[in-house]
Design a protein around this ligand. Structure first.
Ligand code: PAF
Length: 280
C-alpha cells in the first residue's frame, strides 16, 4: 500500500495507474475509521481495479472549532485497517498542501444551504465542496464512495459533480449500524458507555416517526412527539424532518415516492445525525 503526502506525487502516480487502463475508485475520509468506512472501501474494491483512500481532517468544513479540536485521530490504526482491507494507495495531505492560502472559494447549493445541516452548520457544505473538488481534481477517480448517513452531503456532492462537470460516478453506500441500531460514526468514539446505550434512541425515534406517519398521524404531530421524547431522554434535538429523499425538500404529506426522515441531535457535546429511507 502506497502512502503519499504530496499532491504532485499522487497525481503523477495515479497518472501511471490510469495509463494501464485501471479503473480507480476513491473513498474520501477524515480518518478515525470504523466499519462504515470499511464498507465504503469494500464496495470500492468490488467495483474498481485500484482503490485510493484519503485521510484528511478538513478544517474548512468545521463550523465549530471545538468539534475540529476534538475530532478523533488514530492515524496508525487507520493505516493498519486500510492495509488489511486491501487498499492500494492512501493520500495523507497536510493542511498546507491542500490550502496553500486561506480558501476564499464560495459555493452555493441553493435550498440545501438553508435546511437541516445547511441551517445548523453554516459554511459546512462550502468546506466539504471545496475539499472534495480538490480531491476529484487531484485523484480524478472513475467512481467516488459516500455513506448514506450523510444524506445531505450526498445531495450536495451530486450537485457539485453536475455543476462542475466532474467525470465520475458517485456511489452511495447504505448506513452501517451497531447491533442496537446506532449509525456508525467516528463521533461515536466520543460518547461515554452510558451515552452509547442512550444513543440507540435516535434510530428508534426515526423508526417510530416513520411508522406513526405511515399509520396516518400528521407529520407535525409526529415531529413534536419525536422531539419531545428525545429531549426527555437528555438529547438536544436540532431537527427532525420528513423530506423527499432525492431533493431533501421538506414535506408534510405523502404521495408516492421515496422519502427520508432526517434527524440531528446532541447527546452531551457530541452531535449525531441519522436518517431513515422509506418508499410509499
Ligand atoms: O464525510 C466525510 O468524512 C467528509 O465530509 C469528507 C467527504 C471526507 C470531506 O472531508
Amino acid at each position: 500500500m502506497q502512502l503519499i503526502h504530496s499532491t504532485r506525487e499522487i497525481s503523477e502516480y495515479l497518472h501511471g495507474i490510469r495509463s494501464t487502463n485501471q479503473i480507480i475508485g476513491f473513498v474520501p475520509t477524515m480518518g478515525a475509521l470504523h466499519k462504515g468506512h470499511l464498507a465504503l472501501v469494500n464496495k470500492a474494491k468490488e467495483d474498481n481495479d485500484f482503490v485510493v483512500v484519503s485521510v484528511f481532517v478538513n478544517p474548512t468544513q468545521f463550523n465549530n472549532s471545538s468539534d475540529f479540536d476534538n475530532y478523533p485521530n488514530q492515524l496508525e490504526l487507520d493505516i493498519t485497517l486500510l492495509e488489511q482491507a486491501g487498499v492500494d494507495c492512501v493520500f495523507l495531505p497536510n493542511v498546507d498542501e491542500l490550502y496553500p492560502y486561506q480558501s476564499v472559494l464560495k459555493f452555493d447549493f441553493g435550498y440545501l444551504e438553508h435546511v437541516m445541516e445547511g441551517e445548523f452548520r453554516p459554511g459546512h457544505f462550502n468546506g466539504v465542496a471545496t475539499v472534495v473538488s480538490k480531491f476529484f481534481n487531484i485523484i480524478t477517480p472513475h467512481k467516488a464512495y459516500f455513506g448514506q448517513k450523510d444524506i445531505q452531503q450526498v445531495a450536495v456532492i451530486k450537485m457539485l459533480v453536475l455543476g462542475l462537470s466532474f467525470q465520475l460516478d458517485i456511489v452511495v453506500v447504505p448506513t452501517l449500524r451497531e447491533m442496537c441500531g446506532l449509525a456508525m460514526s467516528s463521533r461515536n468514539q466520543r460518547l461515554t458507555d452510558e451515552e452509547k446505550v442512550k444513543a440507540r434512541a435516535i434510530y428508534q425515534a426515526l423508526g417510530r416517526s416513520r411508522d406513526e406517519f405511515l399509520s396516518g398521524k400528521s407529520f407535525v404531530l409526529v415531529q413534536q412527539d419525536g422531539i419531545r421524547s428525545l429531549e426527555s431522554q437528555g438529547f438536544k434535538v436540532e431537527y427532525l424532518e420528513l423530506t423527499k429523499s432525492s431533493t431533501l425538500e421538506k414535506v408534510t404529506g405523502l404521495s408516492t415516492g421515496e422519502y427520508a426522515i432526517c434527524l440531528a441531535a446532541y447527546l452531551g457535546d457530541v452531535r449525531l445525525i441519522d436518517n431513515l429511507l422509506f418508499i410509499v
